[in-house]
Design a binder for this molecule. Structure first.
Ligand code: GLN
Length: 542
């Protein structure tokens, strides 16, 4: 039977609970254990799919088509274990399930309540399909004390009482701030946070204390005493240069040893951290640098493009360079503002996006990359806009547009109304509700022999994750191909375009899917790796 690790946060949000959980998962894997990571989010949205990336960061998509919290991306990148719909739940999803059951009459007249019905549903989620695993790590979103998180805390408390002794461990992540005016580190916020946790019946077994500097021994001891944990269970979680340094750093502080002790496991195999040390070394000592302009509209919150940023780190590892991302607000390229923002970069990317704002600036960036022979990589919206750009400037279809942006004009990109998923026909209309209705998750694409795409992937059939509602209109395929924009990847039935590329350009590839969701530090995505190799070439030219 699996053993469960619950990770909660205190004091403030954004302490890096997701990375801490992912790193701990990696440390357990390094000792030969199997792990699965789950995220429980207390907010009321059914999933983050309809939330603005500026508020909540990127929406991470799994193979099975779930729109999930970006922490699932960290889990996958650190452990290589693909996430699933069943690894992320929100209060909204829990309540939706309960209310549907209530309407069906499944509760047979009972009064439906937070305890036991909501807490039972949360427990079912935690425990489902975990028989074959060694460890399940469950991260609770938000911070202790949040009203909406209470049922989740109650549920994990109950789980710890229901499972056999030594089957659950609670880890609490807190902040130890340095107060400049006092010249001191402060442990009081941690004490209060643990007090809050204990008041709802949870005694943490391990405390991880985020801090921007060394925490002196006496402060660590003080935390242990006031929070009722062992001295060895207060783990300093200090800032590190790269998130990929975290597993080795936490191991150095004794986190995995302490965790195994808490479970009463004393015969665990020694960890093999060689691959993590190798990744850290590569990141610490690049042999060169390249710069990539990422032209988007959520540039004020970089979490909005989390997986893309990480994919560039991985591609940098593959090419032994540091990739510097220059965030360019698409609006700064529209109208008569010119393309100055793109000068002196080695490559240009237009990532996924939604809606009209910024679209003209993105088209401008693509035109610039095409005309100046600068490597261009388009992802999803970045592919659609590449097609619009070619139609306008090479085919002379001046009103070329996506119907997402304008109902009038030549519909180079149109609403996708029918497609096949696993032998089943999916249908959508203009009035379909927005939540969870895009073409989501893993789909195969067949690559054209001899194309750059086929060469980069080294195979003819690929599987990549999707998240889009619109598609390139195949009626224009012939003309676009005559203009040099080749459809080098299509769905197996040949109906949906998946990749376009230019034959008359050093590196111009645009894809309808999101390769960034499948890149890992140990297994960089081939498209990103190849794009950065092209950026290095470009850097030599300028
Ligand atoms: N807005 C576009 C669509 O829905 C592109 C989506 C995306 O970039 N993820 O098709």
């Amino acid at each position: 039977m699996a053993q469960f690790i619950f990770i909660t946060g205190g004091v403030v949000s954004s302490l890096g609970k997701g990375i801490a959980s992912a790193a701990l998962g990696a440390l357990l894997q390094a000792r030969g254990y199997s792990v699965r990571l789950r995220k429980l989010d207390p907010y009321l949205n059914v999933d983050p799919g309809t939330m603005s990336p500026i508020q909540h960061g990127e929406v991470f998509v799994t193979d099975d088509g779930a729109e999930t919290d970006l922490d699932l991306g960290h889990y996958e990148r650190f452990t290589g274990v693909p996430g699933m719909q069943s690894d992320n739940v929100t209060s909204g999803r829990i309540y939706k399930t309960i209310l549907e059951k209530e309407r069906r009459g499944d509760y047979l007249g009972a009064t439906v309540q937070v305890i036991p019905h909501v807490t039972d549903a949360i427990k079912d989620f935690i425990l489902a399909d975990t028989e074959d695993l060694d460890f399940v790590l469950c991260e609770i979103g938000g911070t202790v004390g949040d009203i909406e998180a209470l049922p989740f805390f109650e549920a994990i408390r109950q789980v710890s009482q229901q499972l056999p002794r030594h089957s659950t461990v609670f880890i609490h992540l807190t902040l130890v701030p340095f107060i400049p005016s006092a010249g001191e580190l402060k442990t009081k916020p941690t004490q209060h946070s643990v007090k809050e946790l204990r008041s709802i019946g949870i005694q943490p077994d391990i405390l991880m204390c985020r801090c921007d500097r060394e925490i002196p021994e006496n402060e660590l001891k003080k935390i242990a005493r006031f929070c009722n944990v062992r001295d060895s269970a207060v783990i300093p979680a200090l800032d590190v240069a790269s998130i990929y340094d975290v597993p080795v750093a936490y191991h150095g502080e004794g986190l995995d040893r302490e965790l195994l002790n808490a479970f009463g496991i004393n015969n665990a195999p020694a960890p093999d951290l060689e691959k993590w040390e190798r990744v850290s070394r590569r990141i610490d000592a690049p042999e060169g640098e390249v710069s990539v302009a990422v032209v988007g509209k959520y540039t004020e919150l970089q979490d909005a493009y989390k997986s893309i940023m990480e994919s560039f780190v991985h591609a940098g590892i593959a090419n032994r360079v540091k990739v510097n991302i220059k965030w360019v607000d698409a609006d700064d390229l529209s109208g008569n503002k010119g393309t100055d923002a793109l000068r002196r970069v080695d490559a240009i990317m237009v990532p996924g996006g939604f809606g009209k704002r910024g679209s003209e600036g993105k088209i401008r960036a693509i035109q610039y990359a095409r005309e100046q022979s600068i490597p261009y990589f388009g992802i999803c919206f970045g592919m659609q806009m590449a097609v619009v750009e070619a139609a306008r400037n090479l085919l002379g279809i001046k009103d070329a547009i996506s119907t997402e942006l304008d109902e009038k004009g030549a519909p180079l990109i149109g609403l996708m109304t029918e497609w096949m998923k696993g032998g089943e026909l999916k249908k959508r209309g203009i009035d379909t509700a927005l939540g969870g209705t895009m073409r989501l998750g893993a789909y195969d694409a067949v690559l054209k022999q001899g194309s750059r795409a086929a060469e980069i992937y080294g195979k003819d059939v690929i599987s990549e994750r999707h998240r889009h509602r619109y598609e390139v209109n195949m009626h224009y395929r012939k003309d676009l191909e005559k203009a040099g924009l080749v459809f080098s990847g299509v769905s197996p039935d040949g109906l949906l375009p998946e990749i376009v590329e230019r034959t008359d350009h050093p590196w111009f590839v645009a894809v309808q899917f999101h390769p960034e969701f499948k890149s890992r530090p140990f297994d960089p995505h081939p498209l990103f790796a190849s794009f950065i190799a092209a950026a290095i070439e470009q850097g030599r030219l300028v």
